[in-house]
Ligand binder design. Sequence first.
Ligand code: FES
Ligand code: MG
Length: 576
Amino acid sequence: MTRSISELRSQRWFASSDIRGFAHRQRTQQMGLRREEFMGKPVIGIINTWSEMSPCHAHLRDRAEAVKRGVWQAGGYPVELPALSVGEVMVKPTTMLYRNFLAMEVEELLRCHPIDGCVLLGGCDKSTPGLLMGAISMDLPAIFCPAGPMSNGQWRGAKTGAGTHTKTYFDKLRRGEITATDWVDLESRMTRSAGTCNTMGTASTMTSIIDAMGLTLTGASSIPAVDSGHPRMASLCGERIVEMVFEDLRPSSMLTRESFLNGLAAYMALGGSTNAAIHLLAMAGRAGIALKLEDMAQMSAKIPVLANLFPSGTYLMEDFHFAGGLPALLKKLSDHLHFDARTVENRTLGEAIAAGECWNDDVIRDLDTPVVPLSQGRTLALLKGNLAPNGAVVKSSAADPKFLKHEGPALVFDDPGTMMRVLDDPDLDITQDTVLVLRNAGPVGAPGMPEWGNLPIPKALLKRGVKDIVRICDGRMSGTHYGTCVLHVSPEAAVGGPLALLRTGDIVALDIEAGRLDMRVAEDELERRRAELAPPRPLYESSFTALYQRHVSQAHEGCDFDFLSGVRNLPEPAIY
Ligand code: FES
Ligand code: MG
């Protein structure tokens, strides 16, 4: 389908002869543009999450200029619209509190302005789902331009990956294996360039999934942020979005359940972050596509981890890119993909990856030589039981295989401050059988479901060389981390989930193979405890957080707001 310029929504603003049309043209010329430069052209919004509080997006100001080049080249009129930058490291209490905020902002920026199509610039963890949730809801032609991973890290002859090795070296510091001076030296050396975390953390997981779903130029997700190929890719996004506007290629005309299943196949083969489970549920909810945690667990039972990247493996994103990137990985998954799903290039996924080739079979493994065989662990296992009736997840490929089936006494904490103090006691009476539990870390309770789920190994165990222990939390965990961490327990403790009933000393039974998470406490005892349960902490009375706590859904539903999930049917804004 091709549309003519007069059919574009921007023309309601620019083409009319009334006083409003005059004002829109007049005010555009106020910025120094000639009439000919914008009249009769599709208007392309460049949604930019650049900010000086987002080191991963430090280069996006320049990239917006590259996108504009492509838009001008193709005969469009580019306008840059800044949006909230949810930089993972600086934003507290957690970027997750603001993912929906960004999604709302993107949707409304697109709705209230004369925009015909958009290029979305982002990549640091929540920015990807936030940008896409908004774009899916507004349903204008959209193309995602991923920020790209930062360059490989090196320290004293060893590869270092953002996030993963911060944690590794922090544990070494706590064990006395490196000095405080080493630790300071590491600070300035680990992260060498702009770009998102170079490990298979949440950022690379999400941008790769979006690539597999056809919402980026094919293979764009792994191009290193500071490679000269990156601005060339950005310029091509600008050129392509102008064509997409005339083709009327919208998220709703591209995205199907099959696109999401392709995303899931990539997710599992990448050994991706547990966070993606929540974001994909939210995105599918916006698109009106049925998707459940069960779909993810089923895909994960079929596809082992093939990408040999930290934290599951030993390489970094730059290595993955030069090994062939996502097209090479997807080709190895051919039997599990829906090749007829569409991409922003207006072709099928099968056509898009046909030329993909793998240049390093150690970085991108084959199905019969996986990084972690299915018998030893999966990217995402789903658990249910009397501790998590609606589900909890665990990345068992990043867990010590001896914990795949485990029973042990719980050590329960209600807040992270107390937990940190207790676990730092070098004489704490604890064994490796103990199951550490932190609750009140969910979407409502924390609030915002922070990444507290990678509970620290108690110092007393670290001294004995223990590297893993079973941990349970109703919060999330950074995708760059590893360990037997059961996450996203739903319903969360703060809304009365059974995790709230667990007490220190109760026996917790984890059986990942069977998909079970239970507490061995009799039903009548649980009833008694429920009757005694203290009322939940009061909610915030004002601010965005008040809105968040009242409207956020639970982890197994994607933590979107109830009033934003589902397909919109809103009229275009009135112009008078
Ligand atoms: Fe931005 Fe990891 S902190 S991607
Ligand atoms: Mg992260």
